[in-house]
Ligand binder design. Structure first.
Ligand code: ATP
Length: 583
């Protein structure tokens, strides 16, 4: 039924499953619970009631089990002890190819002994074992359960609910949908509703963290950002930031939660709350990179992205339509495509491995005089007619037709003088010789990977090992999670702790139609395939906008417009996620 040679049986017994005491065999292995023949409740209804009268053997995967609970004493059979085992396996959605998790409860009745105490002790042993296996602790022997490595020291989590996040239903959602899963998974919690912007950050700065084994954020990315920056502002930030963070989608974008669901293989569809609650119930904290972002106003700690250009504009300018949920992004996209803006700027970065410029033809042919030294302005480089439109301008609004290369008929020669500049120490134009090993650990003698390391000041030149591009851009987006929101997946290959930023650069030579295609690729989680767009894996970057006005965001929050630079802090934080490879 359950056991095979590699999945040894840890405990087994027979149990009565009806008042006439028909016996059925139940076995527990590291990976599953195998039951000979027993009624199972699905969504609160018994399988008998559901019409499955000829009951078949049931196998519940430990991956789907969230917990067990000893039930109240039976009023009739007073010496028996009953144990509910709760799982959330996937079920097919009617008339669809999709599956959805649904609750199933298996009740085992322990009545071999004459006293309730002895029966309940047995039930508790089973409960402890199953509970530990459900959390992914791979015990080979039942007696190991007393030493459950990884069991948190505190028994409760702190839940922060932003009552105004997203469409303002976070509290109701938590009470109605999340609390039942937490109850099934024996999760104790303390809940606090945030009272104002900044409240969560203040709390994190003074909280006694040992009182909790994790912090659950029921809101959007804004509250996660506050929690992370609050933890990083503490004197004990090195340990504080290791507090596992869980997220329930109560905002409008929910990028982190979408990334967590995606990486766990749990589709973030019409019902994202149950999978998110399930993932938290499984409690498998994974390391997560943070990114230190230096701005003119100081340092921030970021977990999602740094964004400049069309996507930042869409995100921030559609804030006023927050009550529409995800629809606000669609509305914003249409508006920004109609009034397409290009931004002049300089992007410098430390690539991982060899950097091969995507839009190379122009750069390759460029004369030495057009190649700016790192950190030096190249504004006086001669520009083509079309790109002169945006040179030295404020933010440009293009109200003409398709604006890009296609329409104005720029050829390579024109591009050659267009002000696209790629610089790099050594053989700049032919691409860097830098290898992953060379690139990752040192920038001007600083270990970029080290949590204490610093990049040069924002006004100092970038290190000579960096690549610099000066051009007109439609988008510069540094991603370190797969998702931008629940519908856009610009960096599908990102993992929580890959120690990288995926720098997406879209030049202003792109047309509206092609931008739409890029956005479609983001929506479908596909690789972007456009001559004007490139994705570079970097350890650090500096972005210097050369327009006076524009929107720059970190994790969806607007920051002061001006130069920013960022570097990765690999795996410093922890997030409650599921490693699909282990599921
Ligand atoms: N009680 C409150 N009143 C007003 N603002 C609050 C309160 N609690 C938290 N906030 C702030 O609300 C802002 C928005 O919250 P959050 O980002 O979590 O939701 P969202 O913007 O809808 O989601 P997303 O960021 O995923 O789009 C955050 O900046 C947060 O600090």
């Amino acid at each position: 039924m359950v056991s095979n040679g590699t999945d040894a049986v840890l405990v087994e017994d027979t149990f009565p499953f009806n008042p006439k005491s028909d016996q059925t065999e139940v076995k527990v292995t590291v990976t599953c619970l195998g039951i000979g023949c027993i009624p199972v409740e699905v969504d609160g209804r018994s399988s008998k009631i559901l019409g499955r009268r000829s009951l078949k053997p049931v196998t519940l995967s430990m991956d789907d089990v969230v917990g067990c609970r000893i039930k109240d004493k039976d009023k009739v059979d007073i010496n028996s002890a009953r144990l509910d085992i709760v799982a959330y396996p996937h079920h097919k959605v009617f008339a669809s190819k999709r599956t959805q998790r649904r609750k199933e409860v298996v009740t085992l009745t322990f009545k071999k002994h004459d006293s309730y105490e002895e029966n309940v002790r047995m039930a508790k042993d089973w409960s402890t074992l199953i509970h530990s296996l459900a959390k992914g602790h791979g015990f080979q022997q039942a007696q190991d359960i007393t030493n459950s490595e990884g069991t948190p020291s505190s028994s409760k989590v702190l839940v922060l609910v932003n009552p105004f996040g997203g469409t303002g239903r976070a509290l109701k959602m938590f009470l109605e949908k999340v609390v039942p899963v937490f109850t099934d998974a024996n999760i104790e919690y303390e809940m606090i509703c945030t009272e104002r912007q900044g409240h969560a950050k203040e709390m994190m700065m003074t909280l006694t963290l040992t009182d909790y084994y994790g912090i659950i954020i029921v809101s959007g990315d804004g509250l996660v950002y506050e929690v992370i920056n609050g933890l990083m502002a503490r004197d004990d930030w090195k340990t504080a930031i290791k507090t596992p963070l869980g997220v329930i989608p109560g905002g409008s974008g929910n990028a982190l939660c979408s990334a967590i669901s995606h990486s766990a293989g749990e589709p973030f569809l019409s019902e994202p709350v149950l999978p998110a609650s399930f993932i938290i119930a499984k409690h498998q904290p994974l390391p997560m990179d943070l990114v230190a972002v230096d701005t003119a106003e100081g340092r921030l700690y970021s977990f999602l992205n740094v964004c400049w250009g069309i996507i930042a504009d869409i995100d921030i300018e559609s804030e006023k339509f927050r009550s529409l949920g995800m629809a606000r992004f669609t509305l914003g996209t249409i508006s920004r495509l109609l009034g397409l803006r290009r931004y002049r700027g300089r992007i410098s970065f430390l690539p991982v491995g060899e950097y091969r410029p995507k839009e190379v033809t122009a750069s390759m042919k460029r004369s030495k005089s057009e190649v700016a030294p790192p950190g030096k302005s190249t504004r006086n480089v001669k520009k083509s007619q079309s790109l002169d439109m945006t040179t030295d301008t404020q933010l440009q609004v293009d109200t003409s037709g398709e604006p890009g290369l296609d329409e104005v008929g720029m050829d390579n020669a024109a591009i050659e003088n267009s002000g696209h500049v790629v610089t790099e120490a050594g053989d700049a134009v032919n691409g860097s010789e830098t290898t992953a090993d060379d690139a990752s650990p040192h920038v001007n003698g600083c270990a970029v990977d080290s949590m204490t390391s610093e990049l040069p000041g924002l006004t100092e030149p970038v290190p000579s090992s960096w690549v610099t591009i000066e051009d007109d851009f439609v988008l510069v987006l540094a991603m370190y999670q797969t998702h931008l929101n629940s519908e856009l997946i610009p960096a599908p290959t990102c993992t929580f702790d890959d120690g990288l930023m995926h720098l997406i650069i879209v030049r202003a030579s792109i047309t509206r139609t092609r931008i739409l295609r890029v956005l479609l690729a983001f929506q479908e989680g596909r690789e972007v395939n456009d001559d004007a767009a490139e994705v570079v894996c970097v350890k650090a970057f500096r972005l210097e906008p050369l327009t006076d006005r524009g929107i720059l965001t970190v994790d969806g929050e607007t920051i002061k417009y001006g130069p920013v630079q960022a570097h990765v802090l690999p795996g410093v934080a922890r997030v409650m996620a599921l490693d699909k490879s282990q599921v």
